[in-house]
Design a protein. Structure first.
Lengths: 767, 527
């Protein structure tokens, strides 16, 4: 369907022809945003907007019948500004017109005057002023300060980690359709239909049962449609109800980039103590995130950054502080990895610094500090398998993956080749790095770890599957269909997966935290099991055959000596009045976490992987190229290797973009400068490494009882790209013969790389 | 009225629709929604369609961005969209669709129709495409999901087996139909109420411009359309240059026939000159430019994307006086000139003299760029800086051109800066030099101080340092979303070092930009 252009996205579904549609022709919404970052509206004159050609309706905060605030977890996100303006682009009013262009043109006619206040835009300033959207949080194990004081070697430093625009190819979009009884059906490009259903209901002062959210598929989401798809659905709903017409609210690319949040940028400050061999004895770490103007999901995101600040390394004495800083910028939100990548980059950067300090290859330092699940106690007698949040690591495939990569991708041999290349090459320098990934799977907010499914078998043997997960390209629908198919012994072609609908599966969790298949697959399997059990019981009685001799396989049911088609089986059950529809439910077991004490088992299990990246940089211009990447990733027993490899490759390249060419810039008044793909550069085809080897770890069944013992794969591979950033840093270090660790922030743009190169050269000249 | 084929279906469109983008026309007016909008600014490729035109009695297939192309540019062409690729009778997928399916080239699927169309054009134009060609053809299609490896493999697979497809079977009939559409009355040439004019001769164009002083000239539209889709400005009335015969032509003047017109007689070396119509798309004039100056090939191949190069014209790249346009630095460095026309009056002007200030040009009211005169390779040296011509012998002067484009992303990115050097070395001394820089000043410019520092000197360390210092007098760059002022200046200075490395230390890979290394790596990996 994708390849023929027949797959429908939101904007493809607008019922256009006016006459054919009893509701009249549809309306199109454009949102008017603030031109200032902080202050209040002094005067908002919308008379010219209202009179503009094509305009049918204009709304401001006063026109909202129900609740104004649409904050996902905590309040702070007014649908339209009622009093304080907190970022450039914050929605002030919205216009509905007979076509999209008229609505956009009309918005520009607003006459707005502001009381402007000085905005706070800089993360470091927010840290200094303790300007927060939520209180700080600390994780702690051992006595880091004392251990640091006692450490034979100490380093401290700072790393700035950039944010990332989602740049899903399909922008934010929702269509609201007014139904009878004041009900609303909303088609939305949305990872979190239940949440949006709830918010639309609150905004419209309706009970939730009058609002149905439908999500067929998204043209990409990556976290950007977890909370921040809601506003546009709410506005479409508002206009649809007011005008009793079908209304579409979609964001033009520029508006999308300005009005929706991004991956959080972070400021990391640390002090680390280590032995002469490079083994970490103490770490104090401050992870400060720029959350923007409101909490959104930042509490959980910063927590996840903290949960991943250890990555794969045992930290005997550790204190991690997570700060949720407020700035007058758009509210940052979920993005693949959900803070994990930033926490992980921070520790990987420290690994490099230690390696330089003790004069060893960074890979040796990484291996030396790995968690150890089998043997080995640290000097205090503690086992080297406890995380800073006191979860014990039991299933840890990283050492095995690293060993396999080292040998299969010739790490040491290439290290030598690169050394000789660099020795002979004054201008171009190559770099190499291997970095591992350990990523915790489960929502760290425990109640979200639940899912529902609804399965119907019809009398012709066809099967309709509904579940609460949404499809954004990650292959969830096909995987869950495969799970049901396998359970029932039928071919996946027999199974139709419906759009995700809140009237089929209520109260769902967002499709996020890589958990889509884990939880929805289980729920769907439970539904399939119920139907299978009913069929088995019925056929056993009907054919006087022991239940054990009834086999579901090869798209048919074998009952003793007889073979029935699925249709025959279904028909027979129906005639006997056996219910062929079942719901399934699942909640993730074993997890618990006490935030007060920062202890517990927030993760059901961990996904692991590692990557080697090789790059070349140009020390005259700072340009760089990825030359080769070798990835091994542990997905447990893969349900669909094609889909999984796609997630791994795509995640890696997206991560490379985050750490290299994707640079967000604001001006001194808080306006986003990189507000279009002309200035914000995600990787293009030539940026993928020309040699790109991706393998799944073999014989690696998940030890936990997950669906078919697979492991989640959505987010973790993004962090394999940290190896590319470290490789760039390694290449820069060649300028000073690896005597010093380059000061490099992320993203490593050509400008940033050249700055680091020149700084090293200057130091080299000075010494 | 303008006429074209939507796949096989003849379409007649009223002038009122000529000013719609092809994307809007397809999606809103025809409700053909397979073609997607990802940005509406030509940057993502989701909207890619293929346009076939009749050239030498055959069809030439070109991928373009429908979001920034106007319906008015489609006359006598065939428009092919993603819905047209599968066979109509049995729905059998086209080879490129089949390959994308088999290679898992689609995840969320939103970029897929655009990739399919770019790949279709690739399939028609480059059977057995290399990775490098594929990257150049698909560089303007962004995918946020896959990481591109499966898409690359799908393109390799499809083009490896490229054979005749359903379009080959229909080609002959299609050529006939399109040719039948070609001749037309010079529509609305005198109708001043029209909003979309399509003159066919330079004379008509000149007259129209005089009659409609407020009209905007539309060439490829890759700049102009952004005013419509991004700034939401009205740009009507429009005068479309794409059907003006003289502006679409390219030919080569030899010494004899250019003598009078261009005063090129001051040089006695290879006295030929190419005249490139201002409205020739880059994809078409690129081959000529590269044949003359092979060192411009990389610059050209990195200009926008394949879709942009198929639309964007040489004249359009010059006309606006954008400080970051890529070709003006090259044209300045090789000493190209412009032919400008106003009414019946023609005049010639060096490209460097065309740019006055930020978006200000020497173009008079009612005047347009008719063509670009590109000197032949050896004739490009500035007469004022030229030593007397030498007979050909062992240490004859050799001309070297080097063009460097620096951008955040390698493909389809606007230059942070662009530097083009044209130096002639004799006995290791620089005997002639012209430079062209973009991204360092309000306009594309020569670096006169820098040139002075180079001229007459060997390209050694001292000269490079002098030239680097001199650049500070030539330019005071600015900081913006792409880079800081300091970065721009440092890199411009470092590029002088690169020039010296490349020209004196030999041309081994080590002295070249990393892009070429990576191309070499990819090639090595492929074998
Ligand atoms: C995605 C994208 C990528 C791009 N990448 C690059 C790049 O890498 N390098 C680069 O340099 N540019 C780039 N551009 C800018 C643009 O493509 C070029 O400037 C292009 O050459 C413009 O040509 P056009 O024919 O499309 O011009 P149009 O948009 O048709 O016209 C541009 C302007 O010139 C005027 N004009 C056109 N022809 C004439 C004429 N003959 N006489 C007088 N005035 C005329 C028009 O009235 C208009 O004001 C990019 C643009 C996009 C959208
Ligand atoms: S929609 Fe992005 S290039 Fe046209
Ligand atoms: S498949 Fe999602 S953008 Fe390419």
């Amino acid at each position: 369907m994708h390849v023929t252009g027949a797959a429908l996205y939101i904007d493809d579904q607008i019922p256009f022809s006016g006459s054919a549609n009893e509701l009249g022709s549809p309306l199109f919404v454009c949102v008017g945003g603030s031109a200032i970052a902080h202050g209040a509206v002094k005067r908002m004159d919308l008379s010219r907007v209202k009179q503009a050609p094509g305009v049918v309706d204009v709304v401001t905060a006063e026109d909202i019948p129900g609740q104004l605030d649409i904050g996902a977890v905590f309040p702070g996100d007014p649908l339209l500004v009622a009093d304080t303006i907190e970022y450039v682009g914050q929605p002030l009013f919205a216009v509905a017109a007979t076509d999209f262009t008229s609505a956009r043109k009309a918005v520009k006619l607003a006459r707005l005057e502001y009381h402007e206040q000085r905005p706070l835009l800089d993360l470091a300033e927010a840290v200094a002023k303790r300007f927060y959207v939520r209180p700080p949080h600390r994780m702690q194990r051992g006595d880091a300060d004392a251990a640091l004081a006692a450490a034979p070697n100490r380093l401290h430093g700072e790393l700035r980690i950039g944010g990332q625009e989602h740049f899903y190819l399909e922008g934010q979009a929702s269509i609201a359709i007014p139904e009878e009884d004041g009900s609303l059906t909303i088609l939305s490009s949305n990872q979190n239909p239940t949440e949006t259903q709830k918010l639309v209901a609150q905004v419209m002062a309706l009970p939730m049962h009058k609002v149905t959210l439908v999500t067929r598929r998204m043209g990409g989401a990556f976290g950007g449609k977890e909370t921040q798809a809601a506003a546009w659905a709410c506005l479409a709903a508002l206009f649809a109800a007011r005008n009793h017409r079908v209304v579409e609210c979609k964001l033009a690319r520029g508006d999308d980039m300005i009005m929706t949040g991004k991956r959080h940028n972070f400021l990391h400050r640390f002090a680390v103590g280590f032995t002469d061999h490079g083994a970490i004895t103490a770490l104090t770490s401050m992870l400060a995130a720029q959350c923007g103007n409101s909490p959104d999901l930042s509490d959980a995101i910063v927590d996840r950054a903290m949960f991943h600040n250890d990555n794969c390394y045992y930290l005997p004495n550790v204190t991690i502080d997570g700060l949720r800083c407020k700035t007058h910028t758009v509210s940052n939100t979920a993005f693949r990895g959900f803070g994990g990548p930033q926490g992980m980059l921070a520790i990987e950067s420290i690994m490099d610094e230690i390696a330089f300090a003790v004069g060893k290859d960074p890979l040796e330092i990484r291996k030396l500090n790995l968690y150890d699940t089998d043997s080995g106690n640290d000097s205090s007698g503690a086992q080297r398998n406890i995380t800073p949040y006191h979860q014990r690591i039991t299933d840890f495939t990283v050492p095995q993956i690293i060993a396999q990569l080292e040998s299969e991708a010739d790490y040491w041999q290439r290290r030598e080749q690169i050394k000789s290349f660099n020795a002979a090459s004054p201008v171009l320098k190559k770099g190499l790095a291997l970095t591992p990934v350990k990523f915790g799977i489960s929502f760290t907010v425990s109640h979200l770890n639940q899912a529902g499914a609804l399965l119907h078998m019809y009398t012709d043997g066809s099967i309709l599957l509904n579940h609460g997960g949404t499809e954004m390209g990650q292959g969830l629908m096909i995987k869950v269909a495969q799970i049901v198919a396998q359970e029932l012994g039928v071919s996946p072609a027999r199974i139709q997966v419906s759009a995700t609908r809140t009237d089929k599966i209520p109260n769902t969790a967002p499709t996020a935290a890589s958990s889509g298949t884990d939880i929805n697959g289980m729920a769907a399997r439970n539904a399939a099991r119920t139907i299978k059990q009913r069929l088995r019981a019925h056929l056993s009685a009907q054919y006087q055959t022991p239940a054990a001799q009834i086999v579901f396989a090869n798209d048919q049911i074998t009952v003793g000596e007889q073979t029935l088609s699925i249709a025959q089986g279904a028909k027979s059950a129906w005639l006997a009045r056996v219910q062929l529809s079942a719901s399934g439910f699942y909640k993730t077991p074993k997890i618990h976490y006490c935030r007060e004490t920062a202890r517990g088992r927030p993760f059901y299990y961990y996904a692991n992987g590692a990557a080697i990246s090789e790059v070349i940089i140009d020390t005259l211009t700072g340009e760089y190229k990825l030359l080769r990447a070798d990835l091994i990733h542990d997905v447990g027993n893969s349900i669909n290797p094609g889909v999984d490899i796609g997630q791994i490759e795509g995640g890696y390249v997206q991560g490379v973009g985050w750490l290299t060419s994707e640079e967000l810039k604001w001006d001194e008044r808080g306006r986003l400068l990189t507000d279009s793909p002309a200035t914000y550069k995600i990787p293009a085809i030539a940026d993928a490494p020309p040699i790109f080897n991706v393998r799944l770890l073999e014989n690696a069944a998940n030890r936990e009882d997950t669906i078919f013992h697979s492991k989640a794969v959505g987010e973790p591979p993004l962090m394999l790209a940290i190896s590319a950033w470290c490789a760039i840093r390694d290449a820069i270090a060649a300028v000073a013969d690896h005597t010093r660790c380059p000061k490099l922030d992320a993203p490593a743009t050509p400008q940033e790389i050249l700055k680091a190169v020149d700084a090293l050269r200057a130091l080299k000249v000075a010494s | 009225m303008l006429h074209f084929l939507l796949n096989q279906e003849p379409i007649a469109v009223a002038d009122a629709h000529a000013e719609l983008t092809i994307l809007e026309w397809l999606r809103v007016h025809r409700r053909k929604c397979g073609t997607k909008e990802g940005c509406a600014s030509g940057d993502c490729g989701a909207c890619t369609v293929v346009v076939a035109t009749v050239e030498n009695d055959a069809l030439a297939y070109r991928a373009i961005n429908s979001c920034i192309a106007f319906v008015g540019s489609l006359h006598a062409k065939q428009l092919i969209t993603v819905e047209d690729l599968a066979a109509r009778e049995d729905g059998k997928l086209h080879a490129v669709q089949q390959a994308m399916l088999e290679q898992h080239g689609s995840q969320c699927g939103f970029c897929t129709p655009g990739f399919i169309m770019s790949m279709f054009a690739l399939y028609k134009n480059h059977p057995q495409a290399t990775r490098h060609t594929i990257a150049q053809s698909l560089g303007g299609n962004l995918c946020r999901c896959t990481g591109y490896r499966p898409i690359m493999d799908a393109a390799l697979q499809a083009t490896r087996q490229a054979t005749d497809d359903q379009f080959s079977a229909q080609a002959e009939a299609c050529v006939k139909k399109l040719k039948a559409l070609q001749p037309r009355q010079p529509a609305n040439a005198n109708d001043n109420s029209a909003r979309f004019h399509r003159p066919t001769s330079a004379q008509q164009l000149a007259t129209l411009m005089q009659q409609n002083p407020q009209a905007r000239l539309l060439a490829g539209g890759t700049d102009l359309a952004l005013e419509v889709t991004q700034q939401l400005n009205s740009i009507t009335p429009i005068i479309f240059l794409g059907e003006v015969t003289e502006l679409r032509h390219t030919h080569t003047h030899t010494h004899e026939n250019t003598h009078a017109a261009t005063n090129l007689a001051t040089t006695d070396e290879k006295p030929h000159e190419h005249e490139i119509g201002a409205a020739v798309p880059l994809a078409d004039c690129g081959a000529l430019l590269c044949a003359e100056y092979p060192d411009l090939a990389e610059l050209l191949s990195r200009f926008g994307s394949a879709q942009i190069r198929n639309q964007a014209t040489l004249g359009g790249n010059i006309a606006n006086a954008s400080p970051i346009a890529d070709l003006p630095p090259a044209l300045i460095a090789v000493g190209a000139r412009l032919v400008l026309q106003q009414g019946a009056r023609l005049r010639r002007l060096a490209v460097e003299d065309y740019f006055l200030d930020y978006h200000k040009t020497a173009l008079a009211q009612g005047e347009f760029i008719r063509s670009v005169l590109l000197p032949g390779a050896q004739a490009g040296r500035s007469p004022t800086r030229q030593t007397s011509a030498q007979p050909l012998h062992a240490n004859a002067p050799t001309q070297k051109i080097r063009a460097y484009k620096i951008s955040k992303r390698f493909d389809d990115d606007i230059s942070t800066l662009c530097a083009v050097f044209n130096v002639t070395l004799q006995d290791e001394v620089i005997v002639a030099v012209r430079t062209g820089f973009g991204g360092l000043a309000a306009i594309p410019k020569r670096a006169h101080h820098c040139e002075q520092a180079l001229l007459g000197n060997p390209l050694n360390r001292r000269t490079v340092q002098q030239a680097q210092r001199a650049l500070n007098e030539d330019f005071q760059p600015i900081s913006d979303a792409r880079a800081s002022a300091a970065y721009r200046m440092t890199v411009a200075q470092n590029l002088l070092q690169r020039l010296a490395n490349e020209l004196t230390a030999g041309e081994q890979l080590e002295n070249q930009p990393p892009s070429r290394i990576s191309v070499a790596t990819a090639a090595a990996a492929a074998c």
